[in-house]
Design a protein around this ligand. Structure first.
Ligand SMILES: O=C1O[C@H](COP(=O)(O)O)[C@@H](O)[C@H](O)[C@H]1O
Length: 322
């Protein structure tokens, strides 16, 4: 299964640029909770568990530890881990299992990553056993959002992923799809969309028969403390974009201001989405998205509703208000 796994360092050549190709809001319902192991604040959550026991099932076979919640109807799983380290172990297994599945089923594995804290949580993938067992040659890597800065800039999501992950595994450089950082935000977004269209046309990326948008195998997505996902921020008109695959923003409330981002129709056409959220600073948004909060705001994260499975990976602090 593993290929060329003896080297942990891959070529420093540039990733594939897209330039050559110049060529209903669903408010997630209350989830059911099945506390297999519980060391965090639980009293209110246990009440939820009793209230919703009828729809509670065991975790998927990919779940390895933690507190697991399953909402079968909405294909939503919530898993809470005592520590971020346990979360990272489970996230690595989840990703490796899906890599195996898609490599066998379709000969390639299309993976979309965000920037931010997510990348650190992928660190177990570059350790044994996964670094040697995953068939990295099948991976095609994309960004759900990117800051329009040079690739060696500290704000670059590409640089973050390269330094923390991609430089440590033998993914063919031609399968790493960074933005063209020589373009404007608008130009880079259009160019990235053109790149995706080419890859859908050539069959590298699946196309959703439901939405007609590209259907990525796995999106590994973080969430900001304001509930933003990708570069889709609360209250921003881009939340409603339903034509474009990739769009741009020049006034991001979080610096830097110029970014490109996948739109919700693309995000929500995915086969699997892992939403990885850690830290007490994100607990209130998690409570609104998954708990019984009275907050009437709709955060962008609540608009994440894939065709396939959504799995939340939460650490104890992020889940502390559930
Ligand atoms: O600006 C961004 O922020 C979000 C969240 O980052 P985090 O550090 O709070 O996890 C990230 O998912 C996104 O890709 C990035 O561009």
């Amino acid at each position: 299964m593993a290929t060329a796994a003896s080297s942990l360092t891959f070529s420093t050549s540039l990733p594939k640029l897209c330039r050559p190709f110049s060529i209903s809001i669903t408010h997630l319902p209350q989830v059911s909770l099945n506390f297999k192991k519980l060391n965090c604040s639980i009293s209110s959550a246990l009440k939820i568990s009793r209230r919703t026991a009828a729809t509670t099932t065991k975790a998927s076979s990919m779940a390895s530890s933690g507190i697991t919640t399953v909402d079968q109807k909405n294909k939503k799983v919530v898993e809470v881990f005592d520590t971020e380290d346990e979360l990272a172990v489970s996230l690595a297994k989840y990703t490796a299992d899906l890599s195996d599945k898609f490599a066998k089923e379709r000969g390639s594995f299309t993976v979309v990553v965000s920037g931010g804290s997510l990348i650190k949580s992928l660190r177990k993938l570059v350790e044994a056993p996964y670094v040697d067992s995953i068939d990295w040659s099948k991976w095609h890597v994309f960004w759900v959002d990117e800051r329009v800065v040079p690739k060696d800039h500290p704000d670059s999501n590409y640089k973050l992923a390269f330094d923390g992950f991609l430089s440590k595994v033998p993914i063919p450089p031609g399968n790493v799809y960074a933005i063209n950082d020589a373009l404007s935000s608008e130009g880079a977004a259009d160019d990235y969309e053109t790149c995706l269209k080419h890859l859908v046309h050539t069959g590298v990326i699946n196309k959703s028969s439901v939405s007609g948008f590209p259907k990525f195998d796995l999106m590994l997505v973080g969430m900001g403390p304001d509930g933003h996902v990708a570069s889709l921020f609360p209250g921003h008109p881009l939340l409603q974009e339903n034509q474009k695959w990739v769009t741009h923003i020049t006034n991001s409330p979080k610096p830097p201001p110029g970014r490109i981002t996948f739109t919700f129709p693309v995000i929500n056409s995915s086969s699997y989405i892992a939403l990885v959220v850690c830290g007490a600073g994100k607990a209130s948004v998690v409570q609104t998205a998954l708990g019984k909060s009275q907050n009437s705001d709709v955060f962008p994260v609540q608009m994440v509703s894939p065709e396939g499975e959504l799995k939340w990976f939460l650490d104890k602090d992020a889940a502390s208000k559930l």
